[in-house]
Ligand binder design. Sequence first.
Ligand code: AMP
Ligand code: ZN
Ligand code: FE
Ligand code: FE
Length: 300
Amino acid sequence: MADNFCDLHMHSTASDGTASPRELAPLAKAAGLSAIALTDHDTTAGLAACAEACSELGIDFAPGIELSADPTIAKRSSSRSEPEPDTRVGTLHILGLFIDAASDHLGDIQVRLREAREQRNPQIVENLAKLGVNIDYGEVIAEAGGHIIGRPHIAQVLLKKGYVKSIQDAFARYIGEGKAAYARKDRLHAEEAIAAIHEAGGLAILAHPVQLKMGDGDQLAHFIKQLKELGLDGIETRHSDHSAAQVNHFQSLAGRFNLVESGGSDYHGTRKAIELGSQRVPRQVFDTLQATCKRDKADF
Ligand code: AMP
Ligand code: ZN
Ligand code: FE
Ligand code: FE
């Protein structure tokens, strides 16, 4: 059957993708997708335009966001001290799907995350300068041209200036996690991310678990159990960074902890060699998530 696939993880020019929110709809149509979610990093700025374009083309749309969170599980508490930066490894991204972009609380979180980026990004540019790699932060801002400025924009400027051979090379040599110019920015706790997504009426999904760098053993299972206790609704099982064996493993973890499944390509346009729709996520995945979201709301 045609049109039987969805893609529930992608980025637009509102964050670090290269296709505009409107352009994603015809691209999805061409890729044979019947439903998509736009999940820009830390912003809902592209959702309205993408929703409108999807509706014009008869594509079902889930408004989404991808929140960067601290991979240290810590509950909010008055005595909480800032986590030791050097003890943190890996990336924790939490997707919110079927969110209400007008949520005030989610709006406040976006402001906070933007401020974190505004402190972190110039720090990376300074770190690069110490290595003799000189770029102007103004060029990075111009490269982003949108709402959210991220490392891919810094990578693009490094490429333009001839400091690196490719975007990937920029991450491998300078700005990837653990590299000399890297600086962390994650200060939103998982609990806060999940609560904000819930307050916006959405489902909280653990994005690309492989990026937590916890392996496939007990550490990851324990981490997912903790997130479940904080209200996590689902796991992104299919993702461009996951092997077939990992997809199976994450599906078994979803079953074990009673979490719904999501999946997507993490399309970033021309900035990454990833095709829209390439994860061939069954359309049923979208329908199940939507039904779960409606059921959760009915519980209140
Ligand atoms: P930021 O949120 O600004 O720290 O940037 C994170 C984004 O950088 C991710 O969502 C990816 O789009 C991109 N990214 C992270 N690591 C790599 C890598 N090793 N190669 C290419 N892109 C990467
Ligand atoms: Zn990205
Ligand atoms: Fe991510
Ligand atoms: Fe992403």
